[in-house]
Design a protein around this ligand. Structure first.
Ligand code: ZN
Length: 189
């Protein structure tokens, strides 16, 4: 029995770097995702069994016969956003809670005042975890919106910052976790 089939039977799959795992073989930071049922229709040739590419009334690409629809029920992992995915992953290792998020790019007036550990970890929604920082995240806030050029700093509550890249936007997601250093090490490993 493959890992995927087994995971389907349990109704939950563990997602890590683009692959699904069963609970037993899932890496420590794998993200638990519910499997949801979706219906899909495929068009098959009644004569030779070939699959047509499109509908309506598709023709068989091999023999030209009219194809017939067949409904499939598939179980696919639910799509969760980066923040939810990371909170679930961190919670498998230690207690973790979301504490906030700030936009860093492209035109953000915020400059992070910390150096993050560079990573490249794909998340289920297609975004990428590109860095982590263990400690209180502090930012320099540039006041160019008001035209006075002033700067201030501010901190977000929490002790683990996750830098996520998603479609051209970079966000800093902040979590309060029990073991920030351990999570950084696991993510870097
Ligand atoms: Zn055919």
């Amino acid at each position: 029995m493959s890992a995927r089939r087994k995971a389907v039977a349990e109704g939950v799959a563990y997602w890590w770097r683009g692959r699904l795992h069963s609970e037993r073989e899932a890496p420590q930071l794998a993200i638990p995702l519910k499997l949801v049922k979706i219906e899909a229709v495929e068009w098959l040739c009644p004569k030779c069994g070939a699959r047509a590419e499109w509908d309506p009334e598709p023709r068989c690409p091999r023999c030209g016969a009219r194809c017939e629809p067949r409904t499939l029920v598939e179980e696919v992992p639910e799509l969760v956003d980066a923040m939810e995915a990371l909170e679930r992953a961190f919670n498998r290792v230690c207690k973790a809670r979301v504490r906030g998020a700030v936009l860093l790019e492209p035109f953000s007036p915020l400059l992070p005042l910390f150096a993050w550990r560079v990573l490249d970890v794909e998340l289920p929604d297609g975004s990428r975890l590109v860095g982590v920082y263990a400690g209180k995240p502090r930012f320099l806030k540039r006041g160019f919106h008001t035209g006075d050029g002033s700067t201030t700093t501010f901190e977000l509550p929490g002790n683990l910052a996750a830098i996520v890249w998603s479609g051209g936007v970079v966000e800093c997601l902040v979590f309060e976790v029990e073991e920030p250093q351990k999570l950084v090490e696991l993510l870097s490993g």
